[in-house]
Each structure stands twice: as C-alpha cells, then as structure tokens.
Design a protein around this ligand. Structure first.
Ligand code: HEM
Length: 220
C-alpha cells in the first residue's frame, strides 16, 4: 500500500470519502467538450485568480497603503524583498492573463450560444464577474502610487464621474473627496484586498454551482 493509499484510507475510515467524493468529482462531460480547448478558458481565468490570491497575500505583507510609504514599499518589494520582484511580476502578468482569459471565455460563450436557456442567469453572474475582474485591475493600478498610477486613476475616476445621474456620487465614493489623495489610496486598497475578493468569491461560488447543476453545454 502506497503512502497516498494509506492517507486516503485513514481519511475514508473517518469521513466516508468513498460515498462523499464521487458525486462531487465524477461528472460526465460531453465528448466535444473534452476535446475542445476553448472550454478551458474559464478554468484558465480561475487558475489566474488563484495565482493572484497567493501572490497578492505575499505582496500585502510588504505593501503600505499611505501616500508617503506606498511607492517606497513597492520599490522595496522590487529591490530588497527576497523574490519580491518575481512575485510582483507574476501578480502583474496573472492579472493581465486573467482579463484576457475572461474576455475570450465570454466570447466563446457568446458564439457557441452557451448563454441560452437554461444558462441565462449564469451569463448574468458572468457579467458581474467581468465587472469585478476589470475593477480589480483598475483598483490595483493606483496602488504603486507613481505618476502612471495617479494619472490613470484621474482619467478612470473622471470617466466614472461622467456617467449620467449616478456619476457624481460614484466618483465621490471612489475618490473620497474632490481630488485624488490619501483617502483615494486607502479606499482603492480596501476595494482591492477586501471588497472585491469577497465579491468575486461569492460570484464564483454561484457561477460554478450553476455550471455543476446545469452541466456544461454541448452534445452528450
Ligand atoms: C472570473 C471570471 C470567470 C471565471 C473564473 C469563469 C469560470 C468558468 C468555468 C470554469 C466554466 C466551465 C468551463 C468553461 O466553459 O470554460 C464557466 C462556464 C460558464 N461561464 Fe464563466 N467564468 C468567468 C466569467 C464569465 C463571464 C464574463 C461570462 C459571461 C458574461 C461567463 C459565462 C459563463 C457561462 C454561461 C458558462 C456555462 C457555459 C457552458 O455551459 O457551456 N463566465 N465559467
């Protein structure tokens, strides 16, 4: 008996894994799904998300969200923290890849008509996932607190401010005043590491639950 067999048996004796796991793990997928890499785009986005969580936790251990310290702390991550520049770069590229994967995933759903009955609500959840993913990118962009970050946020919040009726309030909530400053930085940090992770975890839970219940579209 191998070590993994022994561990499985130990757990099975206590938690009845043999009865619990098959309905969760074993799930038939249509033949045309297994052989088509386009169906991997959602999974690719999810893998990027997991990488972002892990690298983000390490970055949060060194990053300081104040106007005096933010830029310096990022500089320290890049030059002094062991493997800091690698972790930051992986975070950066995983973020870009996730946005690309989510867009392509959505295009695949659209052109294959996978949003049609009974998956309409999962499309709606997907739209919120797209919004959450892009807001992750937008809020993360300000955190290094350099010129690029400052002016990109100025333009972004300006665009949000030009939305009819609600724009003024959205801009006020995001900026935390009339001009980008300390208040904006702490708000963007809270949005990036607290509000959006809770939102995306909830949405992903719903998204995967619906994929599970409805099954993946395609001919069995
Ligand atoms: C964080 C972003 C997202 C993640 C991690 C994600 C993940 C997934 C995964 C793993 C699947 C099953 C396999 C697949 O079809 O690729 C799936 C299916 C689906 N997703 Fe997403 N998704 C995301 C965003 C979106 C968006 C933006 C939309 C559309 C607006 C969307 C709509 C759907 C629909 C309708 C299905 C069912 C497809 C079918 O049955 O063929 N998802 N998603």
């Amino acid at each position: 008996m191998t070590l993994s067999d022994k561990i499985y048996k130990w757990l099975d004796d206590r938690f009845k894994l043999g009865e619990l796991l098959p309905p969760i793990v074993k799930h038939p997928a249509p033949e045309n799904v297994i052989s088509n890499p386009l169906y991997c785009l959602g999974g690719t986005a999810f893998l990027c998300f997991l990488i972002l969580v892990v690298t983000g936790i390490f970055l949060a251990m060194y990053y300081k969200p104040t106007p005096d310290e933010a830029y310096k702390s990022v500089e320290r991550i890049m030059t002094e923290v062991p493997m800091g520049s690698l972790v930051r770069s992986v975070h950066h590229w995983a973020a870009n890849t996730m946005i690309a994967a989510v867009m392509l995933h959505m295009i695949r759903i659209y052109f294959m008509g996978a949003y049609k009955k009974p998956r309409e609500l999962n499309w709606v959840v997907g739209v919120f996932l797209l919004l959450t993913t892009t807001t992750f990118g937008f809020s993360g962009y300000l955190l290094p607190w350099d010129q690029l970050a400052f002016w990109a946020t100025k333009i972004g919040t300006g665009i949000a401010g030009s939305i009819p009726i609600m724009g003024e309030y959205i801009s006020l909530i995001l900026v935390g005043g009339t001009d980008i400053g300390a208040e904006t930085l702490t708000r963007f940090f809270a949005i990036h590491v607290l509000i959006l992770p809770i939102a995306i975890a909830t949405l992903l839970g719903l998204h995967f639950m619906m994929v599970r219940i409805q099954g993946i579209s395609g001919r069995l």
